[in-house]
Design a binder for this molecule. Structure first.
Ligand code: GDP
Ligand code: MN
Length: 390
């Protein structure tokens, strides 16, 4: 689960990571008030920052600096409500509904520090670079020698010599070195204790007056661990998520929207992957990944259909169910019930295999609905091809 920059900074601050001061705002008035609150403590320069679940905001005009408080209002007016397009949002962009007003820092140098999971090594990896403020992928491509990587065994934790190695590689000295070490240790602690899959600070800055603070923060949380963190679960912002995926999650469906033309509904993630291959083999492109889970009930099948059908790119739907725990006749009833409850505008191909497959096929046939049924995989692929070419 992604969270906003302001939320990531809250999580980090709770674990002792030094972050730039800031206040989140939903309206222009709140943004101005936020700046006034900080001005009362002597802050004179501000940055207004769009809060969306994507990076690269600066490039898209979603991060605006002002040397005086007078600039906060026009900057907030410009950013709130804009459709921000960044290299990470896709061309359709993302509507900005919140801004973070920050106390601007005078930057001496921008660094990069990130923690994530190295699945191949089965360890956490901390990556750091003196080249902050630019995409780490660009640094990795152009000057990979400028990235230092330190692997951390999660069962042992981050060792002081590893913290030293990273902070020294970044060239910190004196008081800033002390702060950088504290920063790195706290960042790793925040990553571990919040069950994050990624915690990335880009840029981490050394300020003109020698402090080391996070100017930007990106945290992604492990959804499977959110039950341990009710406070973090509350940070979910569904306005930032794909509406169809939000709807699917309400029905406990594992749905991921893709760009193709064949919708698919399958039980089990492995079979869903296999079915997507099958669709490609048949000359189509999967419109989604959808795992209805081990217990496909008529209700979940219907919800799945509605979600698939609301994607206008879908030209055919392939249902591929293996009846193990779930019985095919029950699935067939669900399919018939769902299909007769709604306007099915695209060809529907149903492959049932396993427990009570024959009974299931019979139910589909007797329904009188225009449902193509298949038992063998090749048969299903041929019927998808035929539907796409019709
Ligand atoms: P991103 O574009 O979404 O990654 O947003 P960032 O929060 O990283 O901001 C983009 C860039 O704006 C940073 O790399 C900085 O160069 C600049 N910026 C952001 N906040 C400040 C600030 O407080 N002071 C200064 N001088 N520059 C800032
Ligand atoms: Mn950034």
């Amino acid at each position: 689960m992604k969270v906003h920059e302001y939320q990531a900074k809250e999580i980090l601050a709770q674990h002792g990571v030094a972050v730039q001061r800031g206040i989140v705002a939903d309206t222009v008035e709140e943004a101005v008030q936020a700046a006034e609150t900080m001005a009362a403590d002597g802050v004179t320069q501000f940055v207004v920052k769009a809060q969306i679940h994507a990076g690269g905001r600066g490039k898209g005009g979603g991060v605006k600096f002002t040397p005086s408080i007078d600039g906060v209002r026009p900057n907030a007016e410009e950013i709130l409500g804009m459709t921000l397009v960044t290299p990470q949002t896709g061309p359709e962009g993302q509507l900005v509904q919140k801004v973070l007003v920050t106390a601007a820092e005078d930057i001496a140098h921008e660094y990069y520090v990130g923690v994530t999971l190295d699945r191949a090594k089965g360890m956490d990896v901390i990556m750091a670079s003196t080249e902050g403020g630019v995409e780490i992928e660009e640094v990795a491509a152009a000057t990979p020698e400028k990235i230092v990587k330190v692997h951390v065994d999660p069962s042992i934790g981050l060792r002081p010599y590893q913290v030293n190695e990273i902070a020294s590689a970044l060239g910190f000295e004196g008081q800033a070195l002390k702060e950088a070490k504290k920063f790195i240790a706290a960042l790793y602690r925040a990553y571990r204790q919040s069950d994050a899959t990624t915690a990335e600070i880009n840029p981490l800055v050394r300020t003109e007056d020698g402090r080391v603070v996070a100017l930007d923060a990106k945290i992604e949380l492990d959804e499977n661990a959110l039950f341990r963190h009710p406070d973090l679960a509350e940070m979910r912002d569904v306005a930032e998520e794909e509406p169809l995926e939000v709807e699917a999650s309400k029905h406990n469906l594992n749905y991921i929207k893709l760009d193709g033309n064949v919708g698919c509904m399958v039980n089990g993630a492995g079979l869903a992957m296999g079915t997507m291959d099958l669709i490609k083999l048949a000359g189509g492109e999967p419109a989604n990944f959808l795992d209805v889970g081990g217990t496909a009930s008529p209700q979940t099948v219907e919800a799945g259909f509605r979600i698939i059908q609301s994607d206008p790119n879908v030209k055919a739907i392939l249902v591929n169910i293996f009846g193990g725990i779930v019985r095919c006749d029950r699935v067939a009833k669900g399919v018939v019930e769902a299909a007769s409850n709604m306007d099915l505008t695209v060809p529907l191909i149903v492959r049932l295999q396993g427990t009570n497959a024959e009974e299931g096929m019979q139910i589909l046939k007797e329904s009188g609905l225009p449902i193509e049924s298949a038992i063998r995989l090749q048969e299903a692929a041929d019927k998808v091809t035929a539907a796409l070419n019709a």
